[in-house]
Ligand binder design. Sequence first.
Ligand code: HEM
Ligand code: MG
Length: 253
Amino acid sequence: MRITYISATIAFGTATLAQPPPPHPQQSVAFEPAGPGDVRSPCPILNAFANHGYLPHSGKAIDQNTTVNALKTALNIDPSFGVTLFNNALSTNPQPNAKTYDLDHLSRHNLGEHDGSLSRQDEFFGDQAVFDEAVFNQTMSFYTGDIITMQMAANARASRIMTSNLTNPNFTLSDAGSGASMTETALYVTNLGDKKAAAVPKSWIQYLFQNERLPYELGFKAQAEPYMADDLNNAIAKIQAAQHFPQSPGVGL
Ligand code: HEM
Ligand code: MG
């Protein structure tokens, strides 16, 4: 069944609103969770894209144009940076010279996927691709206000890596993995949220991770200004500044 988001006007009832808010153009974005035969990834955002149809719902055979357009349309990620992200995804396809990737290629351990995730178990403990409530609860415990600041996000990331390091006998985190982990934290705070303030509503992040759905109904919309590679680098610098212990300086996915 295809579920379409009901506009805020209908959901809250026009009778009780003196001035109903104008419908957001993206409120009608379709949403359908993965069904039999569909594949998904350890990335909550790419899964949400497939659930909304920004990427193929099957999660399979995703090419450069589709990826770059999805990143641009849903999150206003500049195509120059979108191509970099696509190439990272493509590099996880086990077929040599492939032009596309499937979302489950991203689960390959120590390629795109790494230990110490915010919402997934380490490969040693279970399925590293699927949402895990206990792991995410640890992350959430560091969101100590309604708005997640970069300090809170950095604390959550450091805590997850430390827990994995202390409990997983197979724990590994290469410089590339460390850079990927920082990139993921940087992106959810400054691309989903406000890149100047480096802050994002907690409710949006909880909703995104738990539903693999963009939080349109909570007021999310893509930032007006295109998101560039430099925005990511600035955000990673803020994570590093928020950490008070020696840290691998990885800078990208
Ligand atoms: C996680 C790839 C776009 C946010 C991941 C992971 C991969 C990945 C492989 C798993 C890492 C792990 O936790 O083990 C990609 C690729 C992208 C992309 C190839 C684009 C083509 C984005 C965007 C955002 C984002 C645009 C945010 C705006 C995240 C977050 C996680 C993650 C927050 C961490 C999940 C967790 O730790 O549980 N991504 N991603 N990703 N990604 Fe993406
Ligand atoms: Mg992982």
